[in-house]
Ligand binder design. Structure first.
Ligand code: GLN
Length: 490
């Protein structure tokens, strides 16, 4: 059962090879056995999952299967789930039980999905290692052969990625503000897509940086991601930035192939301190695409080098504003004080961890009267140039291929002393957020230490279909079958 992909399990459920209840019970058992080691879930909703599975069995018996009927998923604990605690990985929201369901999770429930529980993440989705969660770090199910030291799963969607890689769920929801779907997917040897900004509704997702935040799936295969995105996406009048566009058949696009496509190779994504295996894998990926009938062309994205610097102005600026709502009055935890101001201060001092505080301080600083023009306004201007680079390049190519991250998974505790070193993880992923374009990470190979490495496919706005076509072609060529040491089903 555990070796089936989401697509495979869906077919087996429809054939009634096993019931949705059996499938869900098996996954709940796997979570019980492995979650104490991985800490991928903050909350496990066993009873709810079994109830949803029973409803799925009823629908299957009637021949009324929807896209995801009976498929057990993990939900990043940033998506509000009605009646189920939603923490955003932070102490301040630890007691928060939303009275509403996010649009994305409501869409998944509409299509028959089963929710196993809420997946761990960096506090308020700020991080690249899942080390900042108030609920403890997530451990990557992969280890270096002969070395037991625990590795990070990446972040911020580290719980989602670890759960999928360890086969504790068939897929998971995730969010990506600067790389939080793609980088953990790369670190855990699975696929993950950040769709175009506006493709999925942000309604009911705890906000980090609203002009960058976008929901997407992580799953074992590109096709599984396509199936999940088909349910997650769609226009939502409750989110004014959600796009009023039809949702294409993403899964069908995976079969298209790449014959005749032009794939751009942005020269600015080459970095001197990138491990040689990543450069080699990138070249290998391009060769695979050429063998499958695509043409590869060198392109330039000159403003990419400012991507990281501008991201770490824009994202904290928006975060400082979004997180102002956690004041001990409306949401979550409160720490009392002598008067109102003291109550605000003690609530926020007790409720936020160090990284979140750092972001609030940077954000408040770059938005303050004397510095707004020098930092925030400038960053917004550079952001427009980053988008212009992509627009110009996409007039000549159909998609771009780059590495997903500049390294494989690193050890827990590493890079913690220097926030800038941690921020460098996002160097290849943030340009897609700054410009709103879709990006997919595909597991493509292993590094010298036996750890997974991902390649990133970037596409035109709202052309996820080409992104899926290229990603699926890479996946077929790479034939990535390696498995993490810690996983359900042996
Ligand atoms: N690592 C990035 C950050 O810390 C991205 C986070 C994200 O995409 N949510 O901001």
């Amino acid at each position: 059962m555990f070796s089936l992909t989401l697509a495979g399990a869906r077919a087996a459920l429809r054939r009634r090879d096993f019931s949705a209840r059996e499938l869900t019970a098996a996954y709940l058992g796997a979570i019980e056995a492995l979650n104490p080691k991985l800490n991928a879930f903050i909350t496990v909703t066993s009873e709810l999952a079994l109830r949803q599975a029973d409803a799925a069995d009823t629908a299957l018996a009637r021949g009324e299967a929807e896209n995801l009927t009976g498929i057990p998923l993990a939900i990043k604990d940033l998506f509000c789930t009605e009646g189920v605690r939603t923490t955003a990985g932070g102490r301040i929201l630890a007691p928060f039980v939303p009275p509403y369901e996010s649009t994305v999770t409501a869409n998944l429930l509409r299509d028959g999905a089963v929710f196993l529980g809420k997946a761990n993440l960096d506090e308020f989705a700020m991080g690249s290692s899942n080390m900042t969660s108030a609920f403890g770090p997530v451990t990557n199910p992969w280890t270096r052969p002969g070395d037991a030291s625990p590795l990070v799963p990446g972040g911020s969607s580290g719980g989602s990625a670890a759960a999928v890689a360890a086969r504790l769920a068939l897929g998971a929801t995730a969010t990506d503000t600067g790389g939080s779907i793609r980088q953990p997917a790369s670190f855990c040897g699975i696929a993950g897509i950040k769709p175009t900004y506006g493709r999925c509704s942000r309604w009911g997702i705890v906000a980090f940086a609203s002009s960058l935040d976008q929901a997407g799936p992580v799953a074992r295969t590109v096709e599984d991601c396509a199936i999940l995105l088909g349910s997650m996406a769609g226009h939502d009048p409750k989110d004014s930035t959600s796009a009023d566009r039809p949702v294409p058949d993403f899964a069908a696009a995976c079969q298209r192939g790449v014959k005749g496509l032009r794939i751009g190779v942005p020269r600015e994504y080459r970095s001197d301190d990138m491990p040689p295996e990543i450069e080699a894998l990138w070249q290998q990926g391009l060769a695979w695409l050429r063998e499958a009938g695509a043409e590869t062309v060198d392109v330039s994205l000159p403003h990419t080098k400012y991507g990281l610097a501008t991201y770490y102005i824009v994202a904290p600026a928006e975060a400082s504003s979004n997180l102002a709502r956690y004041d001990g009055v409306r949401f979550g935890a409160r720490t009392e004080g002598a008067d109102l101001t003291e109550m605000y201060e003690s609530t926020r001092a007790a409720g936020f961890g160090a990284e979140v505080r750092r972001r609030i301080l940077i954000g408040t600083y770059v938005l303050s009267a004397g510095y707004y023009d020098a930092y925030y306004l400038r960053a917004q201007k550079v952001r427009a140039l980053i988008l212009r680079d992509f627009t110009e390049v996409f007039a000549r190519v159909d998609a771009l291929l780059t590495p997903t991250a500049p390294s494989a998974a690193f050890a827990q505790g590493e890079r913690m002393d220097d926030p800038v070193k941690m921020y460098l993880n996002d160097v290849f992923t943030v340009p897609a957020n700054m410009s709103g374009i879709p990006g997919l990470s595909v597991p493509a190979g292993l590094d010298a230490q036996g750890l997974p490495l991902g390649l990133q496919v970037l596409g035109k706005p709202f052309d996820e279909e080409t992104v899926f076509a290229v990603g699926a072609a890479l996946e077929r060529a790479a034939g990535f079958t390696a498995l993490p040491s810690l996983r359900a089903g042996g």
